[in-house]
Design a protein around this ligand. Structure first.
Ligand code: NAD
Length: 477
């Protein structure tokens, strides 16, 4: 028996969870359930992240969470429970299989069978944002080496354990050479450890277009958080029904399994909702906890149910479907078919002995870091580059020189283009003038800027790592 924490959620949550748990039980899943309350009722008690302290104890104890959708109350002040749980418990990988079920579920892509593996903790999802000037706001995109290694390794281990043939990486490293460049480079470094699995990289824009047009060209796709967020929804949608997909959030210690749809409050309490999305989340959970036998039995019975045309209202279609059923009756239909395999769709076969080796491998020695300069970001309304450069060139700081000024990433000094639009947000780059650039130089520059009446909104250190430049150049630099 494996202990599992379950939450019945809001809206259609309780109905689809009841249906799912009945199927799991009949399908031979060996689970010891601990129930917790999350969502609307907890938000209403004044807990802004929708979960009570005692529930964390259950999650830390069982390490496995099967979660029905919840309703996030309208209005400010409420934090997303999903994001809170994922981040607090370090669930770094989001896995979403997207498979079409042609001809039973209408889709333009009859042969689609793609698994999206999305990095779940980093990228712009740190939510670190600042309004820096009247005109300019920023959001920090953070990509780490260890974070990239873990997700890329996860994608390859997933592919190996599930007998997938190819892993594709999507990034935008033609523009974000340092952040997305790190993700891509990590992918290229880890891929050769899996020689039996083909690997390739696409720039995310054309990759996304290809995936939306010819998804059968892909197998497993691994991506940083933001691209993965957007494209996992696109992938689920083009299989024909977002309502059927489940997803797994995997961490080293705790993992969470759910449907990708929401709580559909308008359908609640009417025995109408389709429990398939949550059931798929539960199937991913069974594989994760080593009960692939039950997962396979249930998945095949579900495929047979779909094939037999027993459909809930959301996927019911005259001509293809045979019987329109409610939530309970759909669960009954799956249970009756336990032990059956689909006759036309490809039966599922999970590798019962598959093991994913996700141990963190030791990294190499850290690179030698050397400071070479500083970017001073200043807020200057109605400023112009020549005037700013002239004032800064008067700074009484030895051993440094102003090398460029850029405005939102485009060089405007020296030799700027008169057509470039100037916002009130200026990046003034100082570098060492022959000698080493020290922290003391940064302090002196800040003091000089203050004395000269500049409003410095932030500084960003410029470093090399093993001699390699660790910062971008401005457009035109
Ligand atoms: P939704 O996914 O709940 O509903 C979108 C549409 O799909 C609706 O027409 C709904 O009736 C239908 N639908 C969804 N699931 C269905 C199912 N299982 N069977 C049949 N029809 C189904 O999205 P929404 O309406 O934008 O959001 C409703 C609430 O859910 C919001 O409070 C939102 O914050 C929350 N939400 C929660 C999660 C989660 O807990 N993981 C995810 C998304 C949205």
């Amino acid at each position: 028996m494996t202990p599992v924490t379950v939450a019945y959620g809001d809206g259609i949550g309780p109905e689809i969870m009841t249906a799912t748990l009945r199927i799991l039980d009949a399908g031979g899943a060996r689970l010891e359930l601990e129930r917790i309350e999350i969502g609307e009722s907890i938000y209403k008690k004044g807990l802004s992240n929708g979960i009570e302290p005692a529930s964390w104890e259950s999650l830390r104890r069982t390490k496995v969470f099967l979660k029905a959708p919840i309703t996030t109350p309208q209005g400010g002040g409420f934090k997303s429970l999903n994001v809170t749980v994922r981040k607090t418990l370090g669930m770094y990988a989001n896995v979403r299989p997207c498979t079409s079920l042609h001809p039973y579920i209408a889709t333009k892509h009859p042969n689609m069978d793609v698994v999206i593996v999305r990095e779940n903790e980093e990228d712009v999802y740190g939510g670190i944002e600042h309004r820096q000037t009247n005109q300019v706001t920023q959001c920090l995109k953070l990509i780490s080496g260890p974070g990239s290694k873990r997700i890329v390794r996860y994608a390859f281990e997933y592919a190996r354990a599930n007998k997938r043939k190819k892993v594709t990486c999507f990034t935008k490293d033609n523009i974000m050479k340092i952040t997305d460049g790190l993700f891509h480079r990590t992918f290229d470094e880890i891929a050769p450890e899996y020689p039996e699995i083909e690997h390739e990289h696409w720039i995310v824009d054309i990759g996304a277009a290809k995936m939306a047009d010819t998804p059968e060209a892909f197998d497993v796709i691994v991506m940083p958080n933001l691209y993965g967020d957007v494209l996992s929804d696109v992938a689920a949608q083009i299989t024909g029904s977002v309502g059927l997909a489940g997803s797994a959030n995997i961490g080293d210690h705790c993992s969470m399994f759910e449907a990708i749809h929401g709580s559909a409050p308008r359908r609640a309490g009417q025995n109408l909702a389709n429990p398939s999305g949550l059931l798929h989340g539960a199937i991913l959970m069974l594989v994760h906890i080593g009960q692939a036998d039950a997962a396979e039995r249930i998945h095949n019975a579900w495929l047979r149910t779909i094939e037999d045309g027993v459909h809930t209202y959301d996927i019911f279609k005259e001509g293809t479907s045979r019987e329109k059923v409610g939530t309970k009756e759909f669960a009954d239909a799956v249970i009756v078919r336990l032990g059956c395999k689909p006759e036309h769709l490809k039966p599922i076969e999970y590798d019962k002995g598959a093991h994913m080796n996700l141990a963190i491998r030791p990294g190499g020695d850290p690179a030698a870091k050397q400071r070479t300069g500083v970017d001073l970001f200043v807020d200057r309304r109605d400023g112009n580059p020549d005037e700013i450069a002239a004032a800064m060139n008067q700074f009484d700081v030895d051993g440094v020189k102003l090398t460029t000024i850029s405005n939102r990433g485009t060089k405007v000094w020296p030799q700027g283009n008169p057509d470039t639009y100037w916002s009130d947000h200026w990046c003034c780059r100082f570098e060492g003038n022959g000698a080493a650039f020290t922290a003391e130089h940064v302090v002196q520059l800040l003091s000089a800027a203050q004395r000269a009446g500049f409003d410095v909104i932030k500084t960003e250190g410029l470093y090399t790592f093993d001699g390699e430049r660790g910062y971008s150049l401005a457009q035109g630099e």
